[in-house]
Write a protein that binds this ligand. Sequence first.
Ligand SMILES: [Zn+2]
Length: 167
Amino acid sequence: MKAIYIPQLAQAHERTQTIEFKENLKGIETLTPVQGSLKVTHQGNYLEVSAQADTIVTLSCHRCLQQFNHRLSVAASELIWLADSEDGSGTLPFDQDLSVDDLVESLPPNGSFEPTAWLYEQLCLAIPQKQLCDQQCTGIEVSDAILNPGIDRRWASLESLKGQLPS
Ligand SMILES: [Zn+2]
């Protein structure tokens, strides 16, 4: 996806740009291209970004270490404050019923918005903290031989010799 030049977005139809995408993102390995759409609207002193995206990633189960495929679905939105870093004090749009917390990210009003980088962040945030191949996964299988070394039949013939050896 190409970067969106913010002043140009202000001139766009309804100050909005919608991008449909189906591509592999740098930095995140996916089995299928990341597919979905992203919408950016210029709201004067902030950008309103929203996207929905789907892909499939391969994860390693935290219990049994097996790899498994996981569908990653993202429906995210964020408000990005437009402020020059030099006068970072800028005025918050308090009239818009927004709190500072809603506007943690900021971009210079004459800068560009990078849809690919933004989407990459959203996908990373969507990767589950606890990765399980199955909620019922019991972990690594431990075989009987390890649990009960006494019954390993490879040693059975040695056992039988024991009584026959002269003491
Ligand atoms: Zn597992």
